[in-house]
Ligand binder design. Structure first.
Ligand code: IPE
Length: 259
């Protein structure tokens, strides 16, 4: 079993509300098909989720009518993006079925309270490709909150123990600083918890309701605990996701488990 996350910055224009990047979605769907092994696919929300979720502070509890409509709007938006991804995967021949987090999981103050992953297991055992994504879900304490695609990666990694988990990002991997802001930033070939100190994290959390880059990297350490290999690669480079999933050596960052 292989696990892959298509990052929101690869499949959408992250700063333009509800703007999908159709060509990369189609190309990545073909790449996933050509891997030829059972897959679990997760995708991010990008501009279908982060912009409105952060504008309406959907991660912060309270259930005013305004917030309720915004939550419903964002939930509908991420389903529209998911429709595009599932459609592309089906056209590529992967028999993709969508399993929305809001239907199978409940959070408690942002942490998983209950998750029933039976649908993933059963669809997968029949040869389907389960697809899930970052979503607006029920939260026992906050009413609703955001379940990121990364949190779904962790839940699926725990349950399925895949041979490999690959994160498709819009850069080559994890750098010593934000490569979009600092040209001297160096790509890290491998990163573990003890390397966090040498990374300069920029404040990109303004539109990112699911947390800072540092938080995302810490979640990847947890994921690395449950998979044979965990990699971050550039999803904008043709065939890199395919090759990484096949276990070829590619440019990227290997995430290693904690001590
Ligand atoms: C975000 O999911 C979900 C919502 C904002 C509804 P992710 O955090 O996994 O999405 P990306 O990959 O960063 O866009």
């Amino acid at each position: 079993m292989l696990l892959v996350k298509l990052g929101g910055s690869v499949i959408t224009e992250k700063t333009r509300l509800r703007t999908a990047r159709s060509a990369p979605i189609r190309r990545l769907a073909r790449e996933l098909k050509s891997v030829g092994q059972p897959l679990l696919v997760v995708h991010g929300a990008g501009s279908y989720g982060h912009i409105l979720a952060s504008r309406h502070r959907l991660n912060e509890g309270d259930s005013s009518p305004g917030k309720r409509s915004a939550a419903a709007r964002v939930q509908a938006d991420v389903r529209n993006l998911d429709g595009l991804v599932v459609d592309a995967l089906n056209r590529a021949g992967l028999a993709a079925v969508s399993i929305p987090p809001a239907s199978v999981l409940v959070l408690d103050d942002g942490k998983v309270s209950t998750a029933d992953l039976t649908a993933f297991l059963e669809f997968s055992s029949m040869g389907f490709t389960p697809v899930t994504f970052g979503d607006v879900v029920r939260d026992l304490r906050r009413g609703v909150s955001i379940c990121s695609g990364d949190l779904m990666m962790l839940e699926l990694a725990r349950a399925f123990r895949p041979n490999r988990a690959v994160f498709a990002a819009d850069v080559d991997g994890l750098f010593t600083a934000d490569p979009k802001l600092r040209r001297s930033a160096l790509l890290l070939e491998s990163v573990g918890p003890k390397d966090l100190g040498q990374i300069e994290f920029s404040d990109r959390s303004r539109t990112d309701v699911t947390g800072s880059i540092e938080g995302k990297v810490r979640r990847m350490f947890e994921i690395a605990d449950h998979v044979g290999e965990c990699l971050i690669v550039n999803g904008n480079v043709k065939n890199r996701v395919r090759d990484a999933l096949r276990g070829r050596r590619v440019v990227g960052t290997r995430v290693v488990r904690g001590p």
